[in-house]
Design a protein around this ligand. Structure first.
Ligand code: GCO
Length: 450
């Protein structure tokens, strides 16, 4: 069986990680522009000021993408390029830029998949309280309307929020990401709630402007997989995956997805956090829960449990388990169990909106970049995703993270996630071996992986 006809193969990126041109053409400041300047915040003081200079080189980047047989690109729009103050005044130069960028994708036969928010939060709105401000969902809806009004004639696929777990959890709880705050839970739970309302209002805004648009949401998870196929272990894994434990509540799948897809918060999460939600939070659930065409999910690694006498018990990975350049364990089964559990619970087709691995790739004496570890990682993960498809899980697409090596948030340019190597001194691009391998995967619709 394998992947269904019409399955989408693509690559994913985000604005701050590749664009550069941080202070050009009237763009407003983002929280990442500010945070990356804070001493010690980002590895070796790196910033996204120049990044891959994709802002100026998009035409050649899309030509290369097309040459490599890639027909779908998930990218994000930088909110304050369009609205420098976050709301109100539109910046025509910013609007023009994404006109040209989208047109260049289309000219190269590449379908744009537009993410509204991949963390380029306007600094001007940060100064007005960001997601803590009760008006913040409306600000986001205004931005969504502006995007749809301008681009929905050429863009038919959208995602609202990318990894809300991270921009709230890492941005406002642990402080590892922009804006680098550590706020108490009575502040962050209402912020998370506002971000969910923003998602709902954005879906409404996109649908109002473009009734035929296909719309999804792109949270992330680290799937909890059963150590064996025994039904008791599968049940233990499913239960653990959708639980909201106190020690990682902000990264809970159910807390962030049940409201958007089922119209309710999970019971165990409400016991922990319900007291911090606004008194009338239930009124907002009808706004938060909008029909979605697909459920996007960024998955990089997972963990394992088995059924124990008093609940799921963690099972350690075998000694010597492969790791990526960032020390993330290589656990391909998460691309089987994650999509399976998610589609069972949420009932919409699953798209892997990101999956890939970082490594410390280098150019060899032959001028090429040999990255067998990435090819091994991707083929094993995609094989598991294919197993999910074979088992009847509705799978709609797969986007590899990432096309280019890029700015990896607090890790700066230390690790390389691309199918294409970037020399940051010269901005020269060199497709890695894995890029040519991926071309074959796309051509065979995932039948040829090894
Ligand atoms: C995301 C991710 C990407 C990362 C990738 C590797 O949140 O969507 O943060 O932007 O670069 O996940 O960590």
């Amino acid at each position: 069986m394998g992947f269904p006809a019409g399955f989408v193969w693509g690559v994913a990126s985000s604005a701050y990680q590749i664009e550069g041109a941080a202070y050009e053409d009237g763009k407003g400041e983002t929280v990442w522009d500010r945070f990356s300047r804070r001493p010690g915040a980002v590895h070796d003081g790196h910033t996204g000021d120049v990044a891959c200079d994709h802002y100026h080189r998009y035409a050649e980047d899309f030509r290369l993408m097309a040459e490599l047989g890639i027909r779908h690109h998930r990218f994000s729009v930088c909110w304050p390029r369009l609205l420098p103050e976050g709301t109100g005044r539109l910046n025509e130069a910013g609007l023009d830029h994404y006109d040209r960028l989208i047109d260049a994708m289309l000219e190269n036969g590449i379908t744009p998949w537009l993410t509204l928010f991949h963390w380029e939060y306007p600094m001007a709105l940060q100064q007005r309280g960001a997601w803590e401000n009760p008006d913040s969902p409306k600000w986001f809806a205004e931005y969504a309307r502006a995007v749809a009004a301008r681009y929905a004639d050429r863009v038919g696929h959208f995602f609202t929020l990318n990894e809300p777990q991270c921009f709230i959890g890492l941005g406002y709880v642990t402080g590892e990401h922009a804006p680098g705050l550590k706020l108490p839970v009575d502040a962050t739970i209402p912020m998370a709630h506002n971000a969910l309302i923003a998602h709902g209002l954005a879906v409404q805004a996109l649908r109002a402007e473009s009734p035929r648009a296909k719309i999804g949401y792109a949270p992330c998870s680290s799937p909890i997989c059963p150590a064996t196929d025994a039904e008791a272990d599968v049940e233990a894994a499913r239960g653990a995956y959708f639980s909201t434990p106190a020690d990682r509540g902000f990264f809970s799948t159910a807390w962030w997805s049940d409201p958007a897809l089922l119209g309710r918060y999970p019971e165990d999460g409400l016991k922990l956090y319900g007291q911090y939600l606004p008194a009338l939070f239930e009124r907002d659930l009808a706004t938060i829960c909008q029909r979605l065409d697909y459920y996007g999910q960024n998955i990089y690694s997972g963990s394992f449990v088995k059924a124990g006498p008093s609940g799921p018990e963690p099972v350690k990975l075998p000694v010597g388990t492969a790791k990526t350049g960032m020390n993330w364990p290589v656990t391909p089964e998460c691309l089987y169990w994650g999509p399976k559990f998610l589609s069972e619970r949420y009932g919409v087709p699953v798209i892997i909106t990101e999956n890939g691995m970082a490594d410390l790739d280098a150019v060899s004496r032959d001028g090429k970049v040999h990255d067998p570890a990435r090819q091994n990682y991707l083929s094993r993960y995609i094989e598991q995703f294919r197993r999910a498809a074979d088992d009847g899980v509705p799978v709609a697409g797969y986007f590899c993270w990432s096309f280019l090596d890029n700015f990896e948030w607090a890790m700066g340019y230390r690790d390389r996630f691309g199918l294409v190597y970037v020399n940051y001194e010269t901005q020269r691009r060199i497709p890695k071996d894995s890029a040519y391998w991926y071309q074959g995967v796309i051509e065979s619709n995932g039948a040829v992986l090894f």
